[in-house]
Design a protein around this ligand. Structure first.
Ligand SMILES: Cc1cc2nc3c(=O)[nH]c(=O)nc-3n(C[C@H](O)[C@H](O)[C@H](O)COP(=O)(O)OP(=O)(O)OC[C@H]3O[C@@H](n4cnc5c(N)ncnc54)[C@H](O)[C@@H]3O)c2cc1C
Length: 335
């Protein structure tokens, strides 16, 4: 059982900033995220896109903002449960919450801060009949650890940055063989990545099959091959150990929708005094919440996290009076 002061669900920019504000109050945080890395939408959807409305940064790449936030919270030594979905919540008699993930990891805390953004990102899956049978038996939708594919034969499908970037990465001395299948002749990803993929194909280092789709999967128990339907050449059979469709992720509020919280239009209703939900001790901050005048902006989430931490402190330490001190006066005193 992992124990902490504030259990944060969602390691996006707002969840990460909560660690900082809580740390200033000497409250320890642990974060759960369904994705294998921190950063939420910024890392998953637009890491290379510049953001212009973060105070003090005329321009910052989304991925760099997250890197900076991770550095900023280092002194407060947060814990992370990554690649797991917060599934159930229960309340103990002594007023603690126990949150259990889809993999069975249990977390206990007196305060839960839901910073779940648009929700759990679920992979967009190709319409192949027996796809489910091969999940985790050769079919994966997210590459958590590239070394898992060391010396393996891999077929990747997709035309965006994710498909291009992983093709380049795995072809560089990791996988034994990489085949990239894309249904169009042109790609949606960065020009630089497209050029690298074409150069790899021309050098014979990857197989590039465009204007084609993977339509069949083969193998008795584990995946042993795929069928690629080409627009003009018909069905091509390709032996492989892994098929990785990278068609993007679509967010869903997920299991949190069943936690008894007041929900309006897929968002959690909160009191703007301290961003608490209808269940005392459970707060909702960032894109996941709603209230009159709500704006889904990173800056607004940071403000919500700051006020929420003050309220969490009073809840965890009702006997202590907190006096606000500027970081310019106090500095950062980590754990
Ligand atoms: C293309 C694009 C450009 C944008 N540009 C800007 C901009 O310029 N300026 C700006 O201010 N905003 C911008 N935004 C909006 C900004 O990205 C969001 O406001 C911000 O990401 C919200 O942060 P968050 O931490 O609340 O949620 P998110 O970033 O969505 O993170 C939430 C995290 O919670 C996790 N999660 C959810 N439910 C669970 C669960 N049950 N278990 C485990 N994990 C869970 C998710 O996996 C996710 O990682 C942009 C958004 C997009 C898509």
């Amino acid at each position: 059982m992992i124990q902490t002061d504030i259990l944060i669900i969602g390691a996006g920019p707002v969840g990460l900033f909560t660690v900082f504000e809580a740390g200033l109050l000497k409250l320890h945080c642990h974060l759960i995220d369904s994705l294998p890395q921190a950063g939420g939408q910024l890392t998953e959807i637009y890491p290379k896109k510049p953001i212009y409305d973060i105070p003090g940064f005329p321009e910052v790449l989304a991925g760099d903002l997250i890197k900076n936030q991770l550095k900023q919270i280092e002194p407060f030594k947060p814990g992370f449960t990554l690649g797991e979905v917060a599934k159930t919540i229960e309340k103990t008699e002594d007023n603690f919450f126990i949150v259990t993930t889809d993999k069975g990891t249990q977390h206990k805390a007196p305060v839960v801060a839901i910073a779940g953004g648009l929700g759990v990102f679920e992979p967009r899956k190709p319409p192949i009949d027996n796809l489910l049978h091969y999940e985790n038996k050769g079919v994966e939708y997210i590459i958590k650890d590239p070394l898992f594919y060391k010396d393996k034969s891999v077929v990747i499908a997709g035309g965006g940055d994710s498909a291009l970037d992983w093709t380049i990465y795995l072809a560089n001395g990791i996988a034994k063989e990489v085949t990239l299948v894309h249904r169009n002749a042109s790609f949606r990803g960065h020009l630089d990545s497209v050029q690298k993929v074409i150069a790899l194909a021309e050098a014979g280092k990857i197989n590039l099959v465009t204007e084609a789709e993977v339509t069949a999967l083969y193998g008795e128990q584990n995946l042993t091959g795929v069928g690629i339907m080409h627009n003009t050449q018909g069905l091509i059979q390709k032996d492989c150990q892994h098929f990785i469709p990278l068609f993007g992720l679509s967010p869903k509020l997920g299991p949190i929708a069943d936690w008894g919280l007041d929900i309006e239009k897929h968002a959690i209703k909160v009191d703007t005094y301290d961003y608490q939900t209808n269940i005392p001790g459970i707060y909702a901050i960032g894109d996941v919440n709603t209230y009159p005048g709500k704006l889904k902006l990173i800056l607004c989430g940071y403000h919500e996290a700051t006020l929420m931490c003050q309220s969490a402190f009073a809840r965890i330490h009702p006997e202590k009076k907190h006096v606000l001190k500027y970081t310019t006066v106090n500095g950062i005193q980590g754990f």
